[in-house]
Design a protein around this ligand. Structure first.
Ligand code: FES
Ligand code: FES
Length: 127
């Protein structure tokens, strides 16, 4: 199956690969797995005191679409508040990357990773 140009671009030049130190101020981690295929995605956000996501990093062990989805969302979450980040829907990711139906779960993984990272942030920083 052919990947779209946008998937290939993110796959070949992934943005923001890596991780932050867990103890760094404002860092939260979301780790999710896809039951369908066993792929794993780790997404970290670094949130400033104003509640805005300053930076994001990912590590994904998975298919090209999963890597592209996580690369894309690290770009999308930057500059958003954590509430705004929760508004990112897998359908937007799938549309941006022109994912075929069998690869929709890869974009769901990225949406779930954002939710998991925000949940981790809220656990560490109760309002
Ligand atoms: Fe997981 Fe695609 S089945 S890499
Ligand atoms: Fe499973 Fe892409 S995350 S095939």
């Amino acid at each position: 199956m052919a990947y779209s140009d946008k998937v290939l671009d993110h796959y070949e030049n992934p943005r923001n690969v890596g991780s932050f130190g867990k103890e760094e101020e404002g860092v939260a981690t979301g780790m999710v797995g896809a039951p369908a295929c066993g792929d794993v995605m780790k997404l970290q956000i670094k949130v400033g005191k104003d509640g805005v996501i300053e930076d994001a990093k990912f590590k994904t062990y998975g298919c090209g679409s999963a890597i592209a989805s996580s690369s894309l969302v690290t770009e999308w979450v930057k500059g958003k508040t954590i509430d705004q980040a929760l508004d990112i829907k897998n359908t937007q990711i799938a549309e941006e990357l022109a994912l075929p139906p069998v690869k929709i779960h890869c974009s769901i993984l990225a949406e779930d990773a954002i939710k998991a990272a925000v949940a981790d942030y809220r656990k560490k920083h109760p309002a």
